[in-house]
Design a protein around this ligand. Structure first.
Ligand code: NAI
Ligand code: 15L
Length: 277
């Protein structure tokens, strides 16, 4: 196996038993990668050759440090993945994130952080965002992702830890509503993205990049300019072929339709209007 397709050191994947963790385990396993998988629930699939799984809670700092020993990359996909009350989010997504960054610092590993479009979800759909746009979380979940990107900045500036911040749109087998005609990321594009983010020899002078992680959807007019050229990634799939079936599939809720974050923005929404002009 050539050094250009397989990382030299093992790769730690948190959230391995989740939807995207399973997709990545299969794809990266097929590429011959040495994977250390972890989650707080058992891994439900057969393990690929070169992979080993260990149950651990992200809130158990020493366990995460042990799991990361010798790893060159941490794919941090574990945690609460949709909107929940603050008290539910804080342990896995804030304390757990801190443990993952401490492990990256100790190992001098690159962090590939599954951030989310919900870190910027309260930007309106008429805005075009660059990777330098202001954070605008649309709930406690999005806030935890924004915090993760800020924590990555701290660990870069203070400790030299490299980070790839993936602002993932909607990564599912296929798009299922009109919003996803913009935000959809195919599983194959995700796997190629993780491959490039891991194997890129460096992340440029800044030491971190933001990626708008969506496929090549012609309706993706909200996001532009990111670090994809630095890591050598270009999405190959597109939601466009689903347009005829999904174009009319909207929510009917003016708040949901106004903002990029869609349904998450309307959860526990208590303004009396539909948002800032
Ligand atoms: P998922 O909910 O299927 O997987 C998350 C995994 O994290 C689960 O297996 C869960 O058991 C594990 N986990 C939760 N708390 C934990 C803890 N305290 N300790 C150890 N493991 C814990 O979510 P999915 O869809 O696979 O997403 C993966 C990552 O990508 C998440 O961080 C999510 O926020 C992010 N993301 C996903 C998007 C998508 O469209 N699927 C979009 C944007 C971001
Ligand atoms: C996310 O961050 C979630 O993890 C995922 O379940 C979807 O809700 C996605 O965003 C989205 O915005 O479609």
């Amino acid at each position: 196996m050539s050094a250009e397709t397989v990382p030299q050191k093992p790769v730690l994947l948190t959230g391995a038993s989740g939807a995207l963790g399973r997709v990545l385990t299969r794809a990266l396993g097929e590429q011959g990668w040495t994977l250390r998988l972890t989650d707080r629930v058992p891994f439900p699939d057969p393990l690929p050759e070169g992979a080993r799984f260990q149950l651990a809670d992200l809130e158990d700092g020493p366990a995460i440090l042990r799991l990361a020993e010798g790893c060159g990359t941490i794919l941090h996909f574990g945690g609460i993945s949709v909107e929940h009350p603050f008290e539910t989010v804080i342990g896995p997504n804030i304390r757990g994130l801190y443990h993952a960054y401490e492990a990256a610092r100790r190992e001098r590993a690159r962090m590939i952080f599954a951030s989310s479009n919900h870190a910027v979800g309260f930007h309106t759909r008429s805005e075009i965002l660059d990777d330098t746009c202001s954070l605008a979380p649309d709930g406690y979940y999005g806030l935890s992702k924004a915090y993760g990107e800020l924590m990555g900045g701290l660990y870069r500036d203070k400790h030299g830890v490299e980070s790839v911040f993936l602002r993932i749109g909607s990564c599912f087998p296929e798009p299922t509503d009109a919003r996803m005609l913009a935000t959809w990321l195919s599983f194959a594009d995700l796997s190629r993205l993780i491959t490039r983010a891991t194997l890129a020899p460096n992340l440029g002078p800044a030491g971190s990049v933001v990626i708008w992680a969506a496929s090549n959807n012609s309706r993706m007019t909200w996001w532009r300019h990111d670090g994809r050229a630095v890591i050598g990634w270009a999405p190959q799939d597109s939601a466009d072929s689903y347009a005829a079936a999904l174009e009319g599939k909207t929510s009917g809720n003016p708040v949901v339709e106004r903002y990029q974050g869609g349904g998450f923005t309307a959860i526990d929404y208590s303004r009396r209007d539909t948002g800032a002009a």
